[in-house]
Design a protein around this ligand. Structure first.
Ligand code: SLB
Length: 310
């Protein structure tokens, strides 16, 4: 696939979600089904191995098999795909990067090594070597709020200046001040923000989302994204209801019950009911009961009917 440039990375992207069997193995036939459905949803692109794709809980053989499966479907359907070459350690990330580059994705996602926080110089050194291994394919830096080193807009700008192959970032967004700094410092980068705040993010100049709303309903998330251009007021009103649902019914699983973000993304897919992924996570992370999805399904449909029109 032709590598994307920064300005071409935009829209609503959907993640792989690993169906996990009782014995903790990955159920590849069901993964194939999930990715095939995602590919048919009108989504802007598909990516592997973010948090929701459980990159931190895979053997290297599984990592390769997941990426090959996604590359096969996306090449066939001509859908842009990104591979997450992330790992908590630099050496394993570099090996993942080399193998990811061979599959010719549109871009490759990385995190910074995640044990002892890196200095700026170390982060630059890291990204330069990763960029060399990416062999002409652009890098997207993933910096979730729980990363060891949180990056401010100015630092992203510094990294971009030092490593031109860095073309995108995957961030938690921020308040009005954050977006102001983003516009000042993050030129030349595709900026992605959380799914449920995408309409306000787009209005502030962000470019898209690796989206939790696509976990809930990919086709509905795409319709909402299109509405951000055709009917920005309507899309903003829809965002208010989406945020209300997420804050009231989903976030407490993390803040009050201690579940992981990946547990919640799988719950969203189970609520949406468009793919048979299940809510199970890989050991040692705890999974949310499927019955919670059944309880929340009618609530989601009544708060956000537009997402479920199909
Ligand atoms: C709220 C939201 O959209 N969460 C999404 C996050 C954020 O986009 C990212 O952490 C930047 O904050 O990315 C994922 O974890 C991921 O790629 O696996 C999917 C998850 O649904």
């Amino acid at each position: 696939m032709k590598p994307l440039e920064a300005h071409e990375i935009k829209g609503t992207w959907g993640t792989t979600l690993l169906p996990i069997l009782e014995d903790d193995a990955i159920d590849f036939p069901r993964l194939l089904e999930q990715v095939t459905k995602l590919a048919a949803s009108g989504i802007s692109g598909i990516y592997t191995n973010g948090t929701a794709g459980e990159f931190y809980a895979q053997s290297e053989t599984e990592f390769d098999a997941i990426n090959e499966l996604v590359a096969g479907i996306c090449e066939d359907k001509q859908i842009p795909f990104q591979i997450g070459a992330s790992h908590m350690g630099a050496q394993l990330s570099l090996e993942r990067m080399k193998r990811a580059a061979r599959l010719k994705p549109a871009a490759i996602q990385v995190i910074l090594p995640d044990w002892y926080p890196l200095t700026d110089d170390e982060a630059i050194d890291y990204l330069q070597r990763m960029a060399e291994a990416a062999d002409g394919i652009g890098l997207v830096l993933y910096n979730p709020p729980h990363a060891k080193r949180g990056l401010a807009p100015e630092t992203y700008g510094k990294l971009k200046d030092a490593v031109p192959q860095l073309i995108g970032v995957k961030t938690a967004g921020g308040d009005a001040k954050w977006y102001e700094e983003m516009r000042e410092h993050m030129r030349g980068l595709s900026v992605f923000v959380p799914g449920h705040r995408l309409a306000s993010g787009i209005a502030e100049g962000a470019n898209g989302s690796y989206s939790n709303i696509a976990c809930l309903n990919p086709a509905g998330a795409v319709r909402w994204f299109d509405r951000m251009t055709s009917d920005p007021k309507g899309a903003a009103a829809e965002e208010k209801r989406i945020v209300a649902f997420i804050e009231q019914h989903i976030v407490p699983f993390i803040t009050e019950q201690g579940y992981s973000n990946a547990a919640v993304d799988k719950l969203l897919t189970e609520i949406g009911g468009w793919a048979d992924v299940g809510t199970r996570l890989r050991w040692p992370y705890r999974s949310i009961l499927r019955s919670e999805a059944e309880r929340l399904r009618p609530i989601a449909a009544s708060i956000m009917p537009e997402l479920f029109e199909d």
